[in-house]
Design a protein around this ligand. Structure first.
Ligand code: ATP
Length: 274
């Protein structure tokens, strides 16, 4: 691999954060929107990430697979600022040094994370959940008592259609199916117009039909957003995958199309051949 293929402008210092979009456009002129370079994280001497290198292009849909303990969750934790790496660099675009930002700043700045378990407000309607998400936080007394602008209402309508819940807008979120709750939560992230979406095991517990619709939803989001999907369900990964990264022992073991990684003897040995 050419080590300079993705080289950023290394002389650039991290810029101060002024607003949710960092006060200036994100520089993705070299292709990647996310640079994870030589990142290591240790827990009590055990390396959960070991010189991890990962480049995500703007608008791409990337699937990350790997056996239990490979470091997938830790990888998401370092990107989103939940865990700070011991070594290495993580850049959002060419100039924004994510190591210097808090989890909250990173979330507000355009990197959304969908955890495995849905955390929608069950007592509120689908619409109200999206309304809350316009505020960028869950302080709902403020959000629910203020007037939405026309632009915000349009955005909610757009997101309702994207996530396939336009017909359910007045339904209580608590009455949604598991799959619908997952879509609603993705919708809540979309209200923030994230540039990167990290999605952890989106189809766990879904019916076959919900899984298919989730595949359609995630593929439709790519292009407008960079989508990183961590998933154990290989049939699902195959149905959406363009480029797949296989993690093993905290590093990238293989990367390529699903066919390429599945036929890679290293991958067969550590994971798919299990
Ligand atoms: N906070 C922590 N303290 C100690 N060890 C940790 C911590 N977080 C993760 N680990 C260890 O680091 C390794 C990588 O864990 P991680 O959760 O990132 O793997 P994963 O690929 O997400 O696994 P899974 O598919 O089971 O969710 C594991 O061996 C795990 O036990």
């Amino acid at each position: 691999m050419n080590p300079f293929k993705h080289a950023r402008n290394w002389s650039t210092k991290a810029l101060p954060v002024k607003d949710p979009n960092f006060g200036h456009p994100l520089d993705t002129s070299h292709g990647p929107i996310l640079y994870v370079e030589d990142v290591s994280v240790s827990f009590d001497g055990f390396k959960a990430l070991n010189n991890l290198n990962l480049y995500i292009d703007e608008g791409e849909l990337r699937c990350i697979i790997g056996p239990n303990g490979a470091g997938k969750t830790t990888m998401m934790d370092v990107i989103t600022g939940k865990t700070k790496p011991d070594e290495g660099s993580i850049y959002f675009g060419q100039q924004i040094n994510l190591r210097e930002l808090s989890e909250h700043q990173i979330a507000r700045g355009g990197i959304g994370r969908k955890f495995q378990k849905p955390t929608v407000f069950e007592a509120l309607s689908v619409y109200e959940n999206l309304e809350l998400a316009t505020a960028g936080n869950k302080k709902f007394w403020f959000t629910l008592t203020r007037e939405l602008t026309g632009e915000q209402r349009d955005r909610i309508d757009e997101v309702l259609h994207t996530i396939g819940l336009a017909q359910s807008r007045f339904n209580s979120a608590g009455n949604l199916s598991h799959g619908q709750k997952q879509w609603l939560e993705i919708g809540m992230l979309l209200m923030q117009s994230p540039r990167v979406l990290l999605v952890d095991e989106p189809v766990a517990g879904m019916t076959g039909e919900e899984t298919e619709r989730t595949a359609e939803l995630l593929t439709s989001l790519a292009g407008k957003h960079s989508v990183i999907v961590v998933e154990h369900d290989m049939a699902f990964v195959r149905s959406i995958a363009r480029k797949v990264t296989v993690l093993h022992q905290g590093s990238v073991l293989a990367e390529g199309s699903m066919d390429q990684v599945q036929s890679d003897p290293k991958v067969v040995e550590v994971y798919l051949g299990e």
